[in-house]
Design a protein around this ligand. Structure first.
Ligand code: SF4
Length: 503
């Protein structure tokens, strides 16, 4: 539970072939996935023209008295939606609204709308390419790069499928995209490595078809989960069902492993398993790997809510009591936080309630999903010590994060990562814990039911699924070790990095 780690986006799209309003389906499908991005949201429907409504913060509640207003604002039986956390573009209010998806791509002949989850890696190359035709091009969201690329291909005379295929080959990064054509067709596609999830589903009568980042977007609409899009696949939703085409075959799958540990909702299904079941297996695996520590401890606690299932698994495996002594303030949203550095205790207190009288003289295992920057963990350990804990052992379900993510998770630099330069023993010292115990890769992989080569572990191994990300990671590491200060998404500035390193 690191307060500052965010996913970039969640996407949803749906069509109602009986031509009823699609907005209610879009609304619930996206609201079920608000955890994937809470800085902005956007809805777009199609009724011969594109109708758009965007806003900042969480998706608002729609009061009964406002339903008609929303339907008039967003008419049509086809639509796409997005929730976003900004990892590209400016973070001021104006830039965030500009960068809010869906994005409309248009030229003289073509028009389409897109919503995506992901991040582009070869931004410099694409921006240079786009600027050959549009010298003043600037962007607030990576999806605009994909949109411009698609437009360029369509303009050259290719059809949509061929244009998407070129994008899959020439855009490097993670992109799970849902879109609408100017003819009112709903489509979706995934990058050749399938880094971000995207699934499809239909109503039992097959009148509604949808694409969703996570299965919870289907569940909330009572839609059946049909299939997870394959890497490099293009899918069109038609009255006769989904039309699937494999456009690019990279021969590799690299689903983000961090989805299982942290991002995905526990009740979503990935690779045929509920995420909470995978997390329980993480806990069991930790129990087996660190049995000697478990034997000498008095209780397990967990940082709600992404670690609760793993704590339950650890409890089941070992029989050690799981004390539910940390609770989340249920109706306090992220937006209410005070984020001034001097108020770090206040920040934790506004998020969770740690019940102090439970820890006096106790040896405690704290289960958490990850340690990214370490600042949150440090504060929690400090608090437990002040409350009288005798020993504090961290059990972490995701292996040690040692490098940045290039694919849509807000961990952009080596400098910010506590694990990039420290061993588990050094991290324990830094955060004041008695020990820090990471789950092994073997334990993690086994719990997911996937093969290791089907998962991206780039941030934990330094081995990324795409070639430019690997090169950039190497340069950034060198840049960092030479003492240069990394800034934000420094991999967007390869010229600077290359010049300084003399590459
Ligand atoms: S680098 Fe890490 S966070 Fe990023 S996609 Fe890979 S596993 Fe996920």
């Amino acid at each position: 539970m690191d307060d500052h780690v965010k996913m970039e986006c969640g996407a949803f799209g749906a069509v109602n072939f009986s031509e009823d309003y699609i907005f209610p389906t879009l609304y619930w499908g996206m609201r079920a996935q608000n955890h994937r991005g809470h800085q902005s949201y956007g809805f777009l429907t199609f009724n011969g023209k594109f109708n758009v409504y965007k806003g900042l913060d969480l998706i608002p509640k729609v009061k009964k008295t406002e339903i008609q207003e929303w339907l008039e604002r967003l008419p049509g039986s086809l639509g796409i939606a997005n929730v976003r956390y900004t990892t590209s573009g400016g973070r001021d209010e104006e830039s965030m609204i500009r960068g809010t998806q869906p994005v409309i791509g248009e030229n003289e002949q073509h028009r389409f709308a897109l919503s995506f989850n992901g991040n582009v890696v070869n931004t410099t190359q694409l921006v240079n390419e786009i600027r050959c035709e549009n010298p003043n091009f600037s962007y607030d969201c990576d999806l605009e790069l994909i949109s411009r690329k698609l437009l360029k291909e369509l303009k050259s005379g290719k059809d949509l499928v061929s244009s998407v295929k070129t994008c899959m080959k020439e855009v490097e990064g993670a992109f799970s995209v849902v879109g609408i054509t100017q003819n009112g067709e709903l489509f979706a596609f995934k990058d050749p490595y399938g880094i971000r999830p995207l699934c499809s589903g239909c109503s039992a009568d097959r009148k509604i078809c949808a694409f969703s980042s996570e299965t919870v977007g289907l569940n909330i609409n009572n839609l059946e989960h049909n299939f997870e899009l394959k890497p490099g696949e293009f899918v069109l939703a038609t009255k006769d069902g989904f039309k699937r085409e494999q456009l690019v075959n990279s021969g590799k799958k690299a689903l983000c492993a961090f989805e299982f540990a942290y991002f995905a909702r526990p009740d979503s299904k990935m690779n045929g398993k509920f995420v909470y079941e995978v997390r329980e297996a993480f806990g069991r695996s930790l129990g087996r790997e660190y049995a000697d520590i478990v034997r000498r401890c008095d209780m397990i606690i967990s940082l709600p809510e992404t670690s609760d299932d793993a704590a339950f698994g650890l409890h089941e495996e070992t029989g050690l009591r799981w004390e539910r002594a940390i609770r989340r303030h249920r109706y306090v949203s992220e937006r209410a936080f005070i984020l001034l550095p001097q108020e770090r205790y206040a920040t934790i207190d506004k998020k969770i309630n740690i019940l102090d009288h439970k820890f006096q003289g106790k040896k405690i295992i704290v289960v958490d999903d990850s340690i990214v920057r370490g600042d949150t963990t440090k504060v929690v350990v400090e608090k437990l010590r002040k409350m009288g804990a005798k020993e504090v052992h961290m059990f972490i379900t995701f292996p040690r994060i040692i490098g940045p993510c290039f694919y849509g998770v807000d961990m952009a630099t080596y400098r910010e990562l506590i694990g990039s330069t420290r061993t588990p023993e050094e991290i324990a010292k830094e955060i004041g814990a008695d020990s820090v115990n990471y789950q092994s890769f073997e334990g993690f992989v086994k719990a997911t039911g996937l093969r290791r080569e089907e998962l991206c572990f780039g941030c934990a191994t330094g081995d990324y699924p795409t070639p430019l990300a690997n090169r950039l990671a190497k340069w950034m590491r060198e840049y960092f070790e030479k003492g240069y200060k990394e800034e934000g998404r420094i991999y967007e500035l390869p010229d600077l990095v290359q010049n300084r390193l003399g590459k």
